[in-house]
Write a protein that binds this ligand. Structure first.
Ligand SMILES: [Zn+2]
Length: 142
């Protein structure tokens, strides 16, 4: 699946023991977050213990729809990160999940021209493939 952003070579995440369920779900085009069953709080990025109640063994992976809104954004024009250089300028938007406004993701907003980001607009979840074949979550304005 070619990236929707010309020139972008997305960094391939390297799953570890903690993050593997998250990345495995992405490969099935599902977004799952840790949910603490002690205090019913979602977590991202994956954590060893709940940041709200401190429970270390109460996490279950919960599927979320991934709908959200664009909170704020910036445009990268001079990154030295290989993979981004040939795609610059490129959007980096902070996405706030509707299902839990305390959860944020970064998105390059495929399909939205750099600097033309509709702040506050609704976004929906999509997935893009990295060089390793690992799928990563992305968002697009709707
Ligand atoms: Zn908790």
């Amino acid at each position: 699946m070619p990236s929707m952003i010309p020139g972008l070579e997305r960094p391939a995440p390297v799953p570890n023991e903690l993050t593997k369920p998250f990345w495995d779900a992405c490969n099935e085009q599902r977004l799952v977050l840790q949910n603490c069953t002690a205090c019913n709080r979602l977590h991202y990025p994956p954590a060893q213990k709940c940041s709200q109640c401190g429970a270390a063994d109460k996490f279950i992976w919960k599927a979320v729809q991934g709908k959200g809104h664009i909170d704020v954004y910036f445009v990268i024009r001079d990154s030295r990160i290989r993979g981004f250089r040939s795609a610059q300028p490129i959007n980096f938007a902070v996405i706030t999940l509707d299902e839990d406004p305390g959860i944020n993701f970064l998105s390059n907003l495929p399909g939205t021209p750099p600097g033309k980001v509709p702040v506050g607009a609704a976004v929906e979840l999509m997935f893009e493939q990295t060089s390793s074949g690992q799928m990563v979550p992305e968002w697009r304005a709707i």
